[in-house]
Design a protein around this ligand. Sequence first.
Ligand SMILES: [Zn+2]
Length: 373
Amino acid sequence: MNPHGSLTRLLRTLGGFLFIAFSLPTAAFSQASVPWDDLQLLGGRVAPGSRAQMALQTGESFAGSQVLTPVHVIRGRTPGPTVCLVAGIHGDELNGIEVVRQVFETLDPGSVSGSVVGVPVANLQGFRRSSRYLPDRRDLNRFFPGHPAGSSASRIADALFTGVIRHCDAIVDFHTGSFHRTNLPQVRADLANPVVTELALRFGVPLIVHSTGQSGTLRRASVDFGIPAITYEAGEPYRFHAGEIARGLQGVRQLLRALDMIGGDTDSDAPILVRAARWVRVSDGGIYLPSRRLGDDVEQGEILGTVTDPISNERNEIRSPAAGRIIGMALPQVVIPGFAAFHLGDLNAPLPLAEAVDPQASPEDLDPEERPE
Ligand SMILES: [Zn+2]
């Protein structure tokens, strides 16, 4: 027996189900004949029209003390898909944590169709220490889907993937720029995948950046598993940005409306698609001061900022290697040669084709200084 056969069929069914839902939002899930009962998750049950806070056991520290990651669940009153929201995979990226909190604060289970599952702080141990990483310095977003007998990071990834992610019909993962970098609010999605593209469009954020996602990320592992997933990237770590949080909350509500899970009209503004992006790196070390802002459109050869040696006063300009829009950038700081200072989106690159996608050329969800493991 081939265990992957039935799995593949199931995924095709799910993908088709969603694709129909996205394509025909008004007709989707309106069939009263769909059985609708308690949601069973993490060993518990949540009755229709109610909410619950559950706990995901992601690892044990010494003395048998447990690490329990909170999971919020809303089981709608009537049938519909299960949308999952994951934030805090990087424990220092705060905007998404607040988006997920506000979603669950404001949603009324009595007026929801389907289910909404939220993991506001996936990397609880990193969050407690204001750290991107797990206690063993590993990046959790390199280890999905994980393995129950793997490293600590791999086990945490497996607990989340097995306990929650596999039960979702669509996933939104929330991130910000890494370290002292900030991102223009954007959705990252594999635009070579039609179901993922629909999901990205329905989120309603006006900038969508094509990226297959690096191996080991939650987004990539979910899509490879057959569950459409996108990343909402906005702002910088260690801070809460009211505008980026509001936009993220609006994105979630737009998506739920598009899936007929909550009432209200959807905004149909066409987004800007960034089909390719590149990092502009500094050639010299020193005091980096940008002269352009996030969201600026720049021409090839234009000065983006300067790097000044604090001892010799030698100043070097950072020039844009191509025309594009600044979709992410480093904040003023001391840099070393090779530091990724500007993330430049190409608005005129050709549409992605599945066979033409080079993952190495895709923008990263993660810190551009990190090497893939
Ligand atoms: Zn992140």
